[in-house]
Design a protein around this ligand. Structure first.
Ligand SMILES: Cc1cc2nc3c(=O)[nH]c(=O)nc-3n(C[C@H](O)[C@H](O)[C@H](O)COP(=O)(O)OP(=O)(O)OC[C@H]3O[C@@H](n4cnc5c(N)ncnc54)[C@H](O)[C@@H]3O)c2cc1C
Length: 323
């Protein structure tokens, strides 16, 4: 099993996800998660706003299998929308359907989303439906299409590793879309596995939506992709108000500031909350060395502590699964 797969398995382990909620941000997670409370997140957003960067806020949580938990998540997201409005920070919401009960009951999830959309629309706030794994792709698109009949200020994500991404982007070209490479483990029945194939498709999709679609959010830390996009928009006279770059909180911060300084619209994805574990493990799956650099700063030594802890947690996960 590859290291990437280890971290993805960890991210999906329910026991570890629940166990981690009892603790504050551990293992260097505080560098990529903007605190456990909304007050801490608002502070982080203010700092980014001061640098001309807007934010999309993720109240961490996913894979909810209990209606009470999903209702709690919905209430929390509504609370965050109110807090963004009251504090007048420049931010909107990103959310995950599985957090709001998609795995329990589609209609229940839709009702939760409607309540959230109703509140957001009062403040003309945009909502992004984050995209999860392949199983949840089609139901999430359906949620988007049903919701936008009454609440048009909602968009979603296209994941470039899926073979079907081109037809999805054509179907959704009238939406504001975030385009990403894709973060989950998918099989080769449905998704490219090779980095070059994913990168090529990523560029094709970005170019397509820049030329044919509504607003495009190019979400990547990959400077080669970013440089390509800069050249492409220049050559094709695509105005700067038709797209933005997005990165995750705590990643390539200097490059985030630099792009905003160069006059590009920039939006940082700001996750916060106690349910940080799955998110953090997916970030490790993408690029373990990022976090080991982070932990180096935090602990000053033992740069690989994070990998050790994560591997230990993986073994623990296997043991508990066997029980
Ligand atoms: C704002 C945002 C929202 C997202 N939303 C979703 C979603 O809804 N669903 C989903 O499936 N995925 C989502 N993702 C994750 C995404 O799918 C990728 O898994 C993730 O962004 C890693 O791919 P990448 O394009 O950033 O670059 P990678 O493919 O990880 O890296 C490419 C190259 O970029 C450089 N690089 C990357 N990171 C760094 C760094 N920190 N420091 C220095 N160099 C670096 C390196 O040269 C690296 O080889 C989101 C990502 C972002 C940024």
């Amino acid at each position: 099993m590859k290291l990437k797969d280890v971290f993805i398995s960890l991210s999906e382990n329910q026991f570890l996800n629940q166990a981690a909620q009892k603790y504050g941000l551990k293992m260097g997670a505080s560098s990529v998660v903007a605190g456990t409370t909304i007050e801490e997140a608002i502070e982080g957003i203010r700092e980014l706003n001061r640098r001309g960067i807007s934010c999309t806020v993720d109240c961490l949580g996913e894979f909810v299998s209990d209606k009470a938990e999903a209702t709690k998540a919905k209430d929390q997201i509504i609370h965050v929308i109110e807090a963004i409005h009251d504090t007048e920070v420049d931010a909107h919401i990103s959310l995950k359907p599985s957090q709001l009960g998609l795995d329990i009951d589609y209609a229940f999830c839709l009702e939760n989303l409607k309540e959230i959309a109703e509140t957001a629309s009062r403040y003309e706030m945009f909502i992004n439906i984050d995209m999860e794994n392949y199983e949840r792709l089609e139901p999430s698109f359906r949620l988007l299409e049903e919701l936008t009949q009454n609440y048009p200020n909602i968009g979603t994500v296209i994941q470039a590793y899926f073979y079907r991404a081109q037809s999805d982007i054509e179907r959704l070209k009238d939406y504001r879309l975030r385009i990403v490479k894709g973060a989950y483990k998918e099989t080769n029945d449905v998704a490219y596995q090779d980095k070059m194939d994913i990168d090529d498709n990523f560029l094709r999709l970005i170019e397509y939506h820049l030329q044919n679609g509504k607003f495009t959010s190019i979400a990547t830390h990959d400077h080669q992709i970013i440089e390509h996009v800069k050249r492409f928009v220049e050559a094709n006279h695509i105005p700067k108000d038709k797209f933005e770059f997005q990165m995750l909180y705590g990643f390539r911060t200097e490059l985030q500031y630099q792009l905003a300084k160069e006059g590009y619209q920039f939006c940082t994805y700001v996750p916060f909350g106690t349910d940080w574990y799955g998110y953090f493990m997916r970030r490790l799956a993408e690029r373990p060395q990022n976090i080991s650099l982070v932990t180096k700063q935090v602990f000053n030594k033992k740069t690989n502590i994070i990998l050790g802890v994560a591997a230990g947690a993986f073994l623990l996960g296997r043991i508990t699964k066997k029980k």
